[in-house]
Design a protein around this ligand. Structure first.
Ligand code: GTP
Ligand code: MG
Length: 220
């Protein structure tokens, strides 16, 4: 017999998958490309998004949702770009789910958007299981976390499409071994597309922005 807790968890995830599927259809119908960001707390999701929003909003209609347990701080940082931004505060919940995303979108006309970013709660475990209806999931790994994280948290890398090594300006100071990190990412997800960036200096961001541009053009 399946333990009751496992049963409940399965039903929660099934419900989330159904909501995420409906969201994905809505996004496609509206022609909006959705990118989510997952990482450990403080890996640099908001710092990188601040840069991406500032650049992309020059040529695209961009918006962002950002999840945290508490505070509206990240939304305030991202809103400085001038793009529409909404904070989702989750209280005690360690991840966003499709229902939270759907509720946060209330009142927004998706037809008015080309690109929507969703910054997840900082956590390398829980967000992996929750589909948000996004087109592309980016997992961020900062150089200060250590090269071994892909091996220790394989699920978050397996459920992402692209890996981004962040805070590259600090790589030398913390003796970060880029080749080893890339090998570890490949060991858990062969062929995964990777980018190395610094939100502080802007290094690597043009390549990422070009990639996102290509992805958006691929929209039907
Ligand atoms: N040196 C350096 N510091 C960075 C870089 N990106 C982010 N930081 C710093 O790292 C800290 C965390 O950055 P955030 O952008 O808030 O990280 P986050 O992933 O959004 O954090 P949570 O939303 O709390 O999970 C801040 O002090 C940033 O200034 C970078 O490229 N280089
Ligand atoms: Mg943040």
């Amino acid at each position: 017999m399946t333990p009751r807790l496992v049963e409940v968890r399965k039903n929660v995830l099934k419900h989330n998958d159904e909501l995420a599927r409906a969201l994905r259809r809505r996004f496609a119908d509206a022609g909006v490309y959705v990118v989510s960001l997952v990482s450990s707390p403080g890996a640099g999701k908001t710092a990188m998004l601040e840069r991406l929003l500032a650049t992309l909003s020059e040529s695209r209609r961009v918006a962002a949702l950002v999840g945290d347990l508490a505070t509206e701080n990240d939304a305030a940082r991202l809103a400085r770009s001038g793009a529409p931004v909404r904070q989702i505060t989750t209280g005690t919940i360690c991840h966003l789910d499709a229902d939270m995303v759907e509720r946060a979108l209330e009142g927004w006309d998706l037809n008015e958007l080309d690109l929507l970013f969703i910054e997840n709660v900082g956590n390398l475990v829980c967000p992996a299981s929750y589909d948000l209806g996004e087109n592309l999931r980016m997992v961020l790994l900062s150089v200060t976390e250590g090269e071994d994280k892909p091996l220790k948290y394989p699920t978050i890398f397996n459920t992402a499409d692209v890996a981004i090594l962040t805070k590259m300006d600090l790589a030398v100071a913390v003796e970060f071994d880029l080749d080893e990190a890339l090998r570890n990412i490949c060991a858990v997800r062969e062929g995964m597309r990777t980018f190395s960036v610094s939100a502080k200096t802007g290094a690597g961001l043009p390549e990422l922005i070009a990639f996102l541009g290509d992805q958006t053009h691929a929209l039907p």
